[in-house]
Write a protein that binds this ligand. Sequence first.
Ligand code: AMP
Length: 429
Amino acid sequence: MKYQALKGMMDILPDQVWKWQFVESVSRNIFNRFNFQEIRTPILESLPLFQRSIGEETDIVQKEMFQFKDRGDRDVVMRPEVTASVVRAFVEHQLKDGKLYYIGASFRAERPQAGRFRQFHQVGAELIGGKNPEDDVLLLKVLTALLAGLGLRRYQLKINSVGCQTTCRPEYRKVLKEYLKQKHAHLCENCQRRIETNIIRIFDCKVEGCQKAIEGAPRVLDHLCKPCEEHFAKVKELLDHEKDIPYQIEPRIVRGLDYYNRTVFEVSHDALGAQNAVGGGGRYDTLVGELGGSKDIGACGFACGMERLLMALDSEEGFKTEESAQRLRCGLIYLCVLGGNPELKTAARKIQGQLRGADFRVEELAAEDKPLKKHLEIANRLHALFVLILGEDEFREGTVSVKDMNSGTQEKIKLDAIETYLKGRLVSR
Ligand code: AMP
């Protein structure tokens, strides 16, 4: 019997994990600059949480959730997204500061394909507390700072407003329904059903006939009530002041989940193919109230797919995946002893301990003696940045030879200066 990971679920192996750590550390750094705090919520949540928040009539709730009965016969769900969990935690713990971010896995039983997995990872932020357009813009500032921090350039940020649930949407649904009735025969079976259940989702359908049918459809932007129109105008005005947030208005972006209102947005990347959304989000002013909190608390948020971010980054110039960059990133030191003199080994162990104590990353000293060539082969395989060589000469002189594995150069350094030397070399890179 051969065991394999489940369909659509990936192992992230050690030779790739640095990329994940890179995205995680850049994300933490950017969120920190904006004073967003990390929140970690459980993977498993109760079924009604998502039925209530995402909406019964969505693909996620109807078809894509990993849901089951636990041993106590309770309906539980592996979270298909994180926003609902964060809002639940915000309400449950009566948090005061709603500037929150998360990094973690979500699960959707979709048909796996390039860029689409059943376990995927998101980095996201929620700004719970206000209903002002300034908040939408702050969130978009955080999002674009994150993308820039990662080195992503060839992306498009598209924004739209889907209005409010009370005035704009009921009105718009009627107009859209009227229009789509004439196109009924051109719609896929799902969308024919959606006309009755969740008509706005038709904009998200990838079937060609449906895409064509909605080309000339009325736009929700033209059916906003006065307050929603003013809100969107203010968001655009503020965004225009921020010179470094390039955005386009895209009236077809509606975001499928029920909880969105007013501003919605998506980030796409042209290197990604069919699944080209790197991230998305928007305002969700009614969710806190829906989940038991105060109805006056508005909120907005975004989530980026980490797999997609990495795929996009791989296509960007300047994202260094090559060997030399990998060495720099891990900064590994490989220490070796030449000849069989046990005194040298003792000295080398001391250096090893001293360097680890000073926070360097040091491979464990080899148990067996080997010729230098063998040591270098191993160091190379481990992507070591420096090889420290302690031979009889070095031992006598109180030095160690340091070979830079990227440049191939080698020099002798006094043992009492080795820490400062290595630190300097690591920082100057
Ligand atoms: P959504 O809220 O569905 O728009 O998800 C936010 C982001 O998560 C998307 O823009 C994708 O980058 C990512 N994402 C969503 N579903 C998947 C999936 N099944 N596999 C990989 N990434 C996903």
